[in-house]
Write a protein that binds this ligand. Structure first.
Ligand code: KIV
Length: 294
């Protein structure tokens, strides 16, 4: 078979699995091409998370996010990146019903975006589906602990595993997704000692978000760590102040437009060389606003 795989630079799911025990895995969410191009230089994988529904589209939870929206953003992130593995989230309602429904939708995501893997939420309850997808050529990242698509069952975005009696079920989730063939598992909003225990116990990498430095890798929502989100959870560190920088830049632009200092001659086109041609007509005088009572 003719192949260009030797020259292929993009990481694939097994490359991420192989990083366990070697070095920390770095990842961020990404929803559009230009931020993907920047993050691609620093990350091992980029997640087109269904958090885009809340961050980009103003939904209160991830539950309403449609599959077509994930595919549209997935395509943009694949086009913007070269090296990172791109993982696209399966949104609520597109995979829970049965392994074959999950396969149909996940195959659509893989074919239409050209991403390298999908992510879905759930431990024990999704193990059979994970096995079904992996056996049919779709790498799956699992997601356990606080699973945002179940917010209506949890009664809020609640940290998991804060009492010892909750640990066994979550450890079982981690074990079952590993046995089902997931190549990595996100641990979200989970008590640190439990996340550390799971990381020691399973053979695939744990990717923490609010789950301690003991995980094999970390992920954050890019807009949260850039300082662009109005509110962030306790586990987010703001590494930038992009929201404030955007506010300042737009304020300056608005001020200069109102003061007519932007655009100036350096942002304006003149005529091409017009030697021998008649001069253009003079610009008409600027219209003044009619007084209200006329
Ligand atoms: O949708 C998302 O951004 C996620 C991350 C929080 C892991 O699932």
């Amino acid at each position: 078979m003719s192949t260009h795989s030797e020259s292929r630079k993009r990481l694939m799911a097994p490359n991420i699995t192989a990083l366990k025990g070697d070095r920390p895995i770095v990842s961020l969410t990404s929803y559009h091409a230009h931020t993907a191009a920047i993050a691609d230089k620093h990350c091992d994988f980029l997640l087109v998370g269904d958090s885009l529904g809340m961050v980009m589209h103003g939904y209160e939870t991830t539950v309403p996010v449609p599959l077509d929206l994930m595919i549209m953003h997935g395509k943009a992130v694949v086009r913007g990146s070269k090296r990172s593995l791109i993982v696209v989230d399966m949104p609520f309602g597109t995979y829970e019903e049965s392994p074959s429904v999950a396969f149909r939708n996940a195959a659509r995501v893989m074919k239409e975006t050209d991403c390298g893997a999908v992510k879905l939420e759930g431990g024990r309850r999704m193990a059979e589906t994970i096995r079904f997808l992996v056996d049919r050529g779709i790498p799956v990242m699992a997601h356990i602990g606080m699973t945002p698509q179940s917010v209506n069952v949890f009664g809020g975005f609640k940290t998991q595993g804060r009492t010892l009696d909750a640990w066994a079920a979550i450890e079982e989730d981690a074990r079952l997704v590993t046995e089902a063939g997931a190549f990595a598992v996100v641990l979200e909003a989970m008590a640190a000692p439990l996340a550390e225990r799971i990381t020691q116990a399973i053979s695939i990498p744990t990717i923490g978000i609010g789950a301690s430095p003991g995980c094999d890798g970390q992920i954050l929502v890019m807009e949260d760590m850039l300082g662009l989100s109005p509110r962030v959870p306790k586990f987010v560190k703001e590494f930038g102040a992009i929201g404030a920088a955007i506010d300042r830049a737009i304020g300056s632009y608005a001020g200069e437009v109102r003061a007519r200092t932007f655009p100036d001659a350096s942002h304006t086109y003149g005529l091409k060389d017009t030697v021998g041609e008649p001069s253009p007509p003079a610009a008409p005088a600027r219209a003044t606003k009619k007084p209200k009572n006329q």
